[in-house]
Design a protein around this ligand. Sequence first.
Ligand SMILES: C[S@@+](CC[C@H](N)C(=O)[O-])C[C@H]1O[C@@H](n2cnc3c(N)ncnc32)[C@H](O)[C@@H]1O
Ligand code: SF4
Ligand code: SF4
Length: 413
Amino acid sequence: MSVELRPLGVACNIQCQYCYQNPQRDAGNVPRAYDVEAMKAATEREGGPFTLFGGEALLVPEADLEELWRWGLEKWGSNGIQTNGVLINDEHIRMFREYKVHVGISMDGPGELNDSRWAGTLERTREATAKTEANLERLCREGMPPSLIVTLHRGNATADKLPIMHGWFRHLEQMGVTSARLHVLEVDEDGVGAAYALSTDENLEAFLGFAALERELTTLRLDLFQDMRNLLTGNDDNTTCVWNACDPYTTRAVRGVEGFGQASNCGRTNKDGIDFVKSEVEGFERYLALYHTPQEHGGCKDCRFFLQCKGQCPGTAIDGDWRNRTEHCDLWKGLFRTLEEQMLDAGEVPLSASPERKEIEATFLELWAQGQSTSIAGVKRLVAERAQSSGAPVAVGNVHGDVPHGDAPHGDA
Ligand SMILES: C[S@@+](CC[C@H](N)C(=O)[O-])C[C@H]1O[C@@H](n2cnc3c(N)ncnc32)[C@H](O)[C@@H]1O
Ligand code: SF4
Ligand code: SF4
């Protein structure tokens, strides 16, 4: 998985009202300088390739972007960027093509549905949205369709707005977009929750509506539902970070490199306005604790979907405290229940309803206690190996492979 290179940290050209990086901006932790050679050295140390990330990576001057991507292409054969898409110009398009840059764009819908991705005034916000829309269309026209991240909230996913969103997704598919990821809104500030958070029922209606829409679409895929089905069947080797027992102090899916080469973690875990030093040792205390802690005390005890969900992303933990399960528990439970029911109706037995579940859970607990983790598929392979070696102990080794980051460009576009 790629390194996330953040030359200008959380510096951004717009001010999405709900951005999980706002506590860092509020604390004044916005760098203004970087050192290209230090970033290259650190990226090589991490083992590249890299994706440019921010904040907004297109704030980096074109000459430096060109140097980084020229180097990235030479070393690893391709590049990536995750952007809000507002600043893309002719030069960027040329570089995307020349240096094989896979582009991920974040946008929450057409026109006013994207208003929470605020640019200072309503007029500037609408202008910025129009630019992103035009750039998205241009990338598709030029044969480089981007992947998309869409965050669902009150501004774009209440019952009255969903038909507009569905129409937009059909249009995206016609334009050639093949991969979109839906984000649940992470709420870090009370004001954001009051203004933008959907209720659990509204979230469920919105997500189930998108699941139905996906069945109607032919080439545009929303990876969330496929991930969740794969977790229920135990074919989860390539699911995104939020399902993979992420340790907030090492964030396996994010090998971040900052402007002067500092190693960093996924920004979703920063709740105090600062980057914590990245730990060298991965730990799974959160998952051991969640398994044993009753749900009324913030844990996941006795949840039949624990193997799949594992309390979900620590950046979304209740009260911003990674020891708790996600604040979106009811949404994930509701979605897993629906998918489980669909599988049972189709004659399949999801792991949540299988007698295998307890043994797999026990193996996860064993691995986590040893500072290791893996996928459900990995545990099943381990259990099979142990059975084959008829009781002789099988070394666990480093069983967890790379994990894709949910906030980064994705898909095969
Ligand atoms: C922080 S941005 C940085 C990269 C770039 N500026 C962009 O807009 O894609 C990465 C992704 O996180 C999403 N994001 C930011 N705050 C979020 C929140 N509170 N909940 C869910 N997703 C969020 C953004 O919409 C974007 O898709
Ligand atoms: S978004 Fe992914 S990498 Fe970041 S904290 Fe959540 S699970 Fe970990
Ligand atoms: S659905 Fe809720 S209780 Fe079950 S594992 Fe996920 S967060 Fe925990």
